[in-house]
Write a protein that binds this ligand. Structure first.
Ligand code: ADP
Length: 206
């Protein structure tokens, strides 16, 4: 392929790909909405929590490594997560774009994602935060614990996950505000209401 050909292809990449980050504390509804948005816009939904839970279920080496850390509600190491993300995205070359759900959770992960995007000549179009009051978050998390029996959904662990969110993940809001791509959407109301607010934000992206 000629050099000119490849630069045209790269240009198409940045113009046509749609990459979104779903941001917010545990229980905010990122997973539900990220899955719907991905389906609607024909994007790949990358939920790092789901991928890790599947590794645990399959008892892979990675699964065994992260099992205890996840059960305590702590963060898995940046190195493992960054590698996992790069491998996952590499499996979907040619995708229309990605919806990242649960990643990045630390500044190092955010920087690694930016570098990865630059290498592929893409960018993150928007970082969308779902806003839900704290009491509602706790209520949802406790309900999910009862319904799904996730080992990281006990009250103690839920509290730990919320503290970790405050300390490590929330500071990313400033990182993305500086890039001018951070936007908040109300996360209360029906699933349909939230989805339609999200579509409004996504469709006005230029
Ligand atoms: P929730 O949707 O409730 O916020 P997730 O399903 O995204 O939770 O993640 C569950 C757990 O998986 C986290 O508490 C953490 O232990 C691990 N994990 C998922 N994504 C990451 C990440 N980007 N960095 C570090 N740990 C992660």
């Amino acid at each position: 392929m000629s050099l000119r050909g490849s630069s045209d292809a790269e240009k198409r990449n940045i113009e046509t790909m749609l990459n979104l980050i779903f941001f917010g504390p545990p229980g905010v509804g990122k997973g539900t909405q990220a899955a719907r948005v991905a389906k609607f816009y024909n994007l790949i939904h990358v939920s790092t929590g789901e991928i890790l839970r599947e590794e645990i279920r399959l008892q892979t080496d990675l699964g065994m490594k992260v099992k205890d850390v996840m059960a305590r509600g702590e963060l898995v190491s940046d190195d493992l997560l960054i590698e996992l993300l790069e491998n996952t995205c590499a499996k979907h070359k040619g995708a229309r774009g990605f919806v990242f759900d649960g990643f990045p959770r630390t500044l190092r992960q955010a920087e690694a994602l930016d570098e990865m995007m630059k290498r592929q000549n893409c960018k993150v179009a928007k970082v969308i935060a779902l806003d839900v009051p704290e009491e509602e978050l706790l209520r949802r998390l406790v309900n999910r614990a009862i319904e799904q029996g996730r080992t990281d959904d006990t009250v103690e662990v839920i509290k730990n996950r919320l503290i970790i969110y405050q300390n490590y993940t929330k500071p990313l809001i400033d990182f993305y505000k500086k890039q001018g791509i951070f936007v908040g959407v109300p996360g209360v109301g029906t699933i349909e209401d939230v989805f339609s607010s999200l579509c409004t934000v996504i469709d006005n992206r230029y």
